[in-house]
Design a protein. Sequence first.
Length: 136
Amino acid sequence: MTDLIIHDPLLAQRIQEIANRDNISPEAFLRALVEQYDPSPRPASSLTDADIDIPEDIQDKAAYCEAVRRVRPKLYRIARRYWAKVGDRERLSLTYEALDKVFWLIDHEGIPRFKDEKDQLELPPDPMDDLFGLLD
């Protein structure tokens, strides 16, 4: 662990005020800012196979999991932009590791969704399914 010293007292006070207002720690606030600011994708290394919902028709499960690990950080950035836009500081402060456990998808309206919302949300039919049905 490292101590971060902020020499500008007004900046330190502002960070503390925002964190207090949003009922999160200053560290969680700064983490959300860093993860929102950092444009480089990072591998979802804490994303285990158990965290990934693999469709039954997928034959190469290892390749599917690897693809999900590559895409997830990009989805997290989209989700963080959405949460910043709507002012959802609680979700914005989630770490990558926490998102690896709870994140599901970004729905057809551009809203990031969590796994616990699966039963509450009805997604429109996938047009690709219809296309593949015609080709069978």
